[in-house]
Design a protein around this ligand. Structure first.
Ligand code: GDP
Length: 459
């Protein structure tokens, strides 16, 4: 809760590592609640506890006390909890003061803590300290923020798995295999004569294949993880009256867009946020994609085109009784054609057999027939799999995995061409560097600063 600006004379820039300051912040969400927590971390915790809670606190025991300011005036009463280093969230001495959850009373409590020489924590600074003290690696620290920000139960479960280290372990186990291969390749460098035979031997290639497969799997799982966290945007386009708004309502399961029989009335964009099997989806109903002379509608059509170009996926809705044509301007977008109003055409609903054309589902927004096939195809098209592990992942993780896979590919080519082992070893070092950046080994300070600064104060 940014109730007070950080004090610039004491707050070091984010990402520059640990200082000896004791930091404090309100750790609960701003607003009114049954309880509110002030969290304190650093060397002055015992002093703060004695001054504010009025006594020395036993480790990890809830103690009921009266909280007082530095004049000894009572501010609130509640529970004080002390976690001595290193068995705490940050790895430092930590104090939690659980008072009543009102903004004023918590501010007074925070002021009393600051009066003892603590300073206001920067956003994410508690988690940053946990990272620096080795309590969490970087991917786990990011998972703390993701767990808090989860938009669905599936996202929360994914974030918890990452927080518990499942993602990091997957990364590190690939890294370990890369390391072993590097040792092997570097050993070959020491024996220039036998080295080439050594490397041409089958086991190197088998190891490369294993690592490559593991990277591919993790990349696929991570893409699902990013989707779980960031969601996808889906644009509904199509001629007026084909049933876009009806489809949106069907998917949302609630009446959010006005369904009308008059063509061209969806002049502006209607956004609906929904969850499809845990996948956060922003569905945008656009104005009909058609040529029109009406100025207001022209603007709507322009926005529809723009929206379609921006979306992760376009659903082109058509009346199943009309010709199946895909406008040239949509050819470049990831696309699903929805042949709607199957109840009127009488055709069988479901996904149409894949031929050379775009992915197509026949359904009825009115009866709901075929909507499951559409949902399945949406998930498949954006790469959101129920199969495999799910954990939250970020775009930077994907980038790092891609870089790792690319460097591995180069190493493989070099080895296959019989290039000097040094060159392949160099590429394997690059794979190691890319994987290390995910868990925070060899991650530049600026990036660390950026990651932690995106947290809220108190985390
Ligand atoms: P939009 O202009 O593309 O958004 O189309 P609407 O969703 O407003 O639908 C136009 C008309 O078609 C409305 O009368 C809907 O009730 C009707 N409609 C939409 N989907 C279906 C469907 O699957 N079957 C039938 N019979 N009518 C539908």
């Amino acid at each position: 809760m940014p109730s007070k600006p950080p004090r610039p004379e004491t707050a070091a820039p984010a990402g520059t590592g640990i200082d000896a300051d004791t930091i404090a912040a309100v750790a609960t969400a701003p607003g009114f609640g049954g309880i509110g927590v002030v969290r304190v971390s650093g060397p002055r915790v015992d002093q703060v506890a004695e001054a504010v809670a009025g006594r020395r606190l036993p480790p990890r025991q809830a103690v009921y006390c009266t909280f007082r300011d530095d004049h000894g005036d009572a501010l609130d009463q509640g529970i004080a909890l002390r976690f001595p280093a290193p068995r705490s969230f940050t790895g430092e001495d930590v104090l939690e003061l659980q008072g009543h959850g009102g903004p004023v009373v918590l501010q007074l409590l925070l002021d009393a803590v600051l009066a003892q020489g603590a300073r206001l924590a920067r956003p994410g600074e508690f988690t940053e300290r946990a990272f620096v003290n080795g309590k969490l690696d970087l991917a786990q620290a990011e998972a703390v923020a993701d767990l808090i920000a989860s938009a669905s139960a599936a996202a929360a479960q994914g974030a918890l798995r990452s927080l518990q280290g499942e993602f990091s372990r997957a990364v590190l186990s690939i890294d370990e295999a890369v390391l072993q291969l590097r040792v092997y390749v570097e050993a070959a460098m020491d024996f220039p004569d036998e080295g080439a035979d050594f490397l041409a031997e089958g086991s190197v290639d088998a190891r490369l294949t294993d690592i490559d497969g593991a990277l591919e799997t993790l990349l696929r799982e991570s893409r699902s993880g990013v989707l779980l966290r960031d969601g996808v945007s889906i644009a509904l386009v199509g001629a007026p009256n084909v049933g876009k708004s009806s489809l949106l309502n069907r998917l949302a399961g609630q009446e959010r867009a006005i369904v009308t029989e008059i063509p061209g009335t969806t002049r502006d964009l209607i956004h609906v946020d929904l969850l499809i099997d845990g996948l956060p989806v922003e569905l945008v109903d656009t104005a009909g994609l058609r040529d029109t002379a009406d100025q207001v509608e022209l603007e709507g059509v322009r926005r529809a085109r723009h929206q379609a170009a921006q979306a992760d996926l376009v659903l082109l809705v058509q009346d199943d009784r009309d010709a199946a044509e895909v406008p040239a301007e949509l050819a470049a977008s990831p696309l699903i054609v929805v042949r709607n109003k199957a109840d009127l055409s009488g055709a069988v609903t479901g996904q149409l057999p894949a031929d050379a054309g775009p992915k197509t589902v026949r359904m009825s927004a009115r009866t709901g027939d075929g909507v499951d096939a559409l949902i399945g195809l949406i998930k498949q098209t954006v790469g959101f799999g129920a199969e495999g592990r799910t954990f939250t992942a970020r775009r930077r993780h994907i980038e790092a995995l891609k870089q790792g896979a690319a460097a591995l590919g180069r190493a493989r080519t070099l080895l296959a061409e019989g290039a000097p082992a040094e060159l392949a070893a160099e590429e394997l070092r690059a794979v190691h560097g890319a994987l290390g950046s995910i868990v925070g080994e060899m991650t530049p300070d600026e990036l660390l600063g950026e990651i932690f600064a995106s947290f809220c104060i108190g985390k």
